[in-house]
Design a protein around this ligand. Structure first.
Ligand SMILES: [Zn+2]
Length: 115
């Protein structure tokens, strides 16, 4: 892969990483002002619990994506970015473009999902 292409994907990954970290911080926020309020009724407390549950789910999936982005960045440092981690073939640019954190080529991804 050419250096300018690599730099462009690195920028995409770093932007995505920043966004993810920001989102995780937002979703990780605990609405203390509602929990601490003395006149909190049961319905309100239930809402807080549900909100927190949803936030945790979102945060978990974002954590997972963040991990993928971090792995892609370390593959970049190792000089193996853009190659399928299973078969070693080049991942087509269109695929990387759509999802810069992708680590498998389409055939490997398909066979992995079918397993
Ligand atoms: Zn492959």
């Amino acid at each position: 892969m050419k250096a300018d292409e690599l730099a462009r994907y690195r920028k995409l990954l770093e932007d995505q990483r920043k966004e993810l970290v920001h989102d995780i911080q937002e979703h990780g926020k605990i609405p203390t002002e509602r929990v601490d309020a003395e006149d909190n009724d049961r319905a309100d407390q239930a809402n807080v619990a549900v909100d927190r549950l949803i936030s945790n789910r979102i945060a978990a999936s974002e954590d997972h994506l963040l991990e993928k982005v971090d792995l892609a960045l370390s593959r970049m440092d190792a000089g193996t970015y853009g190659k399928c981690v299973l078969c070693g073939k080049e991942i087509p640019a269109a695929r990387l473009e759509a999802k810069p954190s992708v680590s498998l080529c389409a055939p490997c991804q398909t066979s992995k999902e079918q397993r």
